[in-house]
Design a protein around this ligand. Structure first.
Ligand code: AMP
Length: 279
């Protein structure tokens, strides 16, 4: 098996994709430290086309100064080996300077699905994500791009920006890959100590309990309060949010009935975990 080639400039990326365009090209944007969740995105794209490019770029503009940009796990050779196993065609691993040339002055300002939840705690996060995703989509011009439901709000933001900018790409949503105890796979799980890892596995279980409460007729406020209390009792230090949103347009849900999504963000030690589930 040969490792997928790595290119670092937009010009090389476009050159490499050119002969593949007639069959269609797919892109999987990532920040690296790849796990099985990322690989499932590549597999989803492989069902559409043999030509799947994976971008690996830890995007500085979506991190706040106090966040983990410097310590975010980076291991390009390990990522290459993992991508070989699922048949990725190439890797685009640009430098920050390639993505943000000197004097960079263009930022997308996201509203709609970007409002609330993540933005309440990370105000510039989705503007950073949207700007880099738009740049990656314009650089690669893929026919398909895969995004995980793990980052559900992000998935809706990306769908919105593709529609608003009329980008000729189909966004493929991919289900959340989980560990045996239900913990959503994440590059940040590597930060957890063994004791924290035990606690982390309880996030998805409490969320399932909250959904069961709602199905038994509990009010949204009641289920939220019980869920937040249960997370703290399970060992989480704080809960950023545990909230119900419309699954399609992400407006806050006040009544159960229409397809909704339960979303949570909670912190243990220095790690912030997110998860979501269909209701
Ligand atoms: P990241 O490298 O964390 O920025 O994630 C890159 C892509 O992989 C995003 O579309 C994520 O939603 C997706 N992803 C990350 N973790 C998972 C997971 N556990 N299951 C499915 N997709 C995931």
């Amino acid at each position: 098996m040969t490792y997928p080639p790595v290119v670092t400039t937009v010009a090389e990326l476009r050159h490499m994709l050119m002969p593949w365009r007639k069959d269609g090209v797919a892109l999987v944007p990532t920040m690296g430290a790849l796990h099985d969740g990322h690989l499932s995105l590549v597999e989803a794209c492989k069902k559409k086309t043999p030509h799947v490019a994976v971008s690996i770029f830890v995007n500085p503009t979506q991190f706040a100064p106090h966040e983990d940009f410097n310590s975010y796990p980076r291991d390009l050779e390990a990522d290459r080996a993992r991508l070989t196993s699922v048949g990725a065609s190439m890797i685009f691993a640009p430098t920050a300077k390639e993505m943000y040339p000197d004097g960079f002055a263009t930022t997308l300002l996201m509203k709609g699905p970007a409002a609330g939840l993540e933005t309440d705690f990370r105000p510039h996060f989705f503007d950073g994500v949207a700007t880099v995703v738009a740049k990656l989509l314009i650089a690669a011009m893929p026919d398909w791009a895969a995004f995980g439901e793990k980052d559900y709000q992000q998935l809706l933001v990306v769908k919105r920006l593709a529609l608003d900018l009329a980008l000729p790409v189909e966004i493929l949503p991919v289900a959340i890959a989980r560990e045996a105890d239900g913990l959503a796979m994440s590059s940040r799980n590597a930060y957890l100590t063994p004791a924290e890892r035990q606690i982390a596995g309880k996030l998805n279980r409490v969320m399932k309990d909250v959904i069961a409460l709602l199905e038994r007729g509990a009010s949204i406020a009641e289920a939220q309060t019980l869920g937040t209390t249960a997370l703290k009792a399970a060992g989480f230090d704080s809960v950023d949010y545990l909230a119900l949103r419309d699954a399609a347009d992400f407006t806050p849900v006040t009544q159960t009935g229409a397809p909704a999504r339960l979303l949570a963000a909670a912190r243990i030690g220095k790690t912030r975990l997110i998860d979501n589930m269909a209701v």
